[in-house]
Design a protein around this ligand. Structure first.
Ligand SMILES: Cc1cc2nc3c(=O)[nH]c(=O)nc-3n(C[C@H](O)[C@H](O)[C@H](O)COP(=O)(O)O)c2cc1C
Length: 337
């Protein structure tokens, strides 16, 4: 029985001693340091309950192979067959009627303020607070095929952020197509989902693949989707937080630097501005963080997932981040967490 939502996975991590709560105050900008210490020790995920915002922040969910096996409800003997069977047997998503949990609270218009959510600055020289554990849901504007992928977002203001989508990743390709067709790109950033959806993001598949069907296969049950409020995108009904946005391809800002998984900062560069059109969330949502920086961090732990049994995943690119972004390497830029 796959996890129905993020919270069920957190419960299982807690039961296995793989998630601890910190109730004393921890400033958002100290979260990166705490996570680094947890990663070094192969330690548990951490829930920062007292982070200066109204919402808890949990980070480190994908940091070890043990947690990945819990996510897949598998062990070393069963993971090989489970992943291959899932990849071979996609299951189409289903659609939820009205009243999806992710829309228990709806924030629109002037009330939108992304800064109310716990978004840390992870490394000292980052360009600002970054949403690092968000998953973008976008559509190919020509074929309508949905894609899900991890993309980082730099908070600029109450309802604006910027991001970096490599042109060879599907969200980047969808943006390029929109630009050619003269369409304003609309998408959603989802935070706090069934972990199999997060692992599905890393599977490299043809652009014609419906990622929801892929996630369904790996879960062994369909993903239940619901319609966004301000864009024609469907998102998992039980997501903790959904940030709906549109991209202004004509306005750019300096995005970066960001301490990356290589251990170096990527240089700031001009990137599009995205405007948040709605934020919807569950009651008492749990926000998710993810430290990216000097290895070992979560960004590379999905490659750890396949390290013990290299043959367990059909494609060598599966279950690992594939970004080929170039990184700046001046000595002054080495101090990521
Ligand atoms: C935590 C995390 C953050 C990532 N951030 C970015 C990003 O900001 N930009 C990007 O182009 N790729 C990023 N990647 C890599 C892509 O998410 C990954 O290659 C994915 O397979 C792309 O999927 P897609 O081509 O289906 O959209 C990230 C990966 C991880 C694990």
């Amino acid at each position: 029985m796959p996890f129905q939502d993020f919270r069920q996975f957190l419960d299982v991590l807690r039961q296995h001693g793989e998630l601890i709560d910190i109730n004393r105050p921890v400033a958002l900008n100290d979260v990166g340091k705490a996570m680094k210490q947890a990663y070094i020790r192969n330690g548990p995920a951490i829930m920062f309950n007292n982070n200066g915002t109204d919402y808890p922040l949990v980070a480190g969910l994908y940091s070890t192979r043990e947690k990945a096996l819990l996510a897949f409800e598998a062990d070393e003997d069963t993971i090989f067959d489970k992943v291959l069977h899932g990849l071979d047997n996609p299951i189409a998503p289903i659609f939820a009627a009205n009243g999806a949990p992710c829309q228990e609270e709806i924030i629109e218009g002037e009330a939108i303020d992304i800064r109310n959510f716990p978004v840390p600055q992870y490394s000292p020289k980052d360009g600002g607070p970054y949403i690092t554990a968000g998953i973008v849901v976008s559509h190919d504007p020509e074929t309508g095929v949905p894609d899900v992928g991890h993309y980082r977002f730099l908070i600029l203001g109450k309802d604006t952020f910027s991001f970096s989508a490599q042109p060879f990743h599907r969200f980047g390709k969808n943006l390029a197509k929109c630009k050619k067709l003269g369409i304003v790109p609309k998408a959603a950033l989802i935070i706090g989902v069934d972990p199999i959806i997060a692992y599905t993001c890393q599977v490299q598949v043809p652009d014609t693949t419906d990622d929801w069907a892929l996630a369904g296969g790996l879960r062994g049950a369909p993903v239940e989707l619901t319609q966004c409020k301000t864009c024609d995108v469907k998102v998992p009904a039980t997501s903790e937080v959904v940030i709906e946005f549109e991209v202004d391809l004509n306005t750019t800002v300096l995005e970066g630097p960001l301490g990356e998984y290589t251990g170096y900062y990527t240089r700031p560069s001009q990137k599009p501005v995205a405007r948040i059109t709605a934020i919807t969330h569950r009651k008492q949502p749990i926000f998710q963080g993810l430290l990216t920086g000097k290895p070992v961090t979560e960004t590379i732990s999905s490659s750890k997932f396949r390290s013990k049994r290299r043959s367990c995943v059909r494609s060598s690119a599966s279950f690992r981040p594939s970004s080929r972004s170039r990184c700046a390497r001046p000595p002054a830029c080495r101090s990521t967490w």
